[in-house]
Design a protein around this ligand. Sequence first.
Ligand code: 5GP
Ligand code: ZN
Length: 114
Amino acid sequence: MTDCIFCKIANGEIKTEFVYQDDAVVAFRDLNPQAPHHILCIPRQHVATTNDFQPEQAALIGKLVLAAARIAKQLGVAEDGYRTVMNCNRGAGQTVFHVHLHLLAGRQMHWPPG
Ligand code: 5GP
Ligand code: ZN
């Protein structure tokens, strides 16, 4: 996608420090953090929303979660706890239409979420 900000981050067009990267996933700090640690894990490949994932992308979805777990360990928050969130469409608050798994940690999370 030419006009997608997260595609531009993933392909290096917008210079961003990655906290994690592999062949399928990159992760970087959120511009407007909602917790002491707020990381976005995104697929390199453009997928607009979780509604658009195809069955053949099941492994990719798994890689997003595995990346988040790995980063949580790296940050030292895995045992204390962290939250992962994927907002789908505007009703859930999605504002960037390239799927991303939020990893939030470093403070007490509340339930139900807002
Ligand atoms: P959403 O609301 O779609 O679930 O989450 C989008 C997230 O992307 C927001 O938390 C927002 O702060 C973050 N974000 C938007 N644009 C950029 C950007 O250019 N760089 C980074 N690092 N984060 C961004
Ligand atoms: Zn994209």
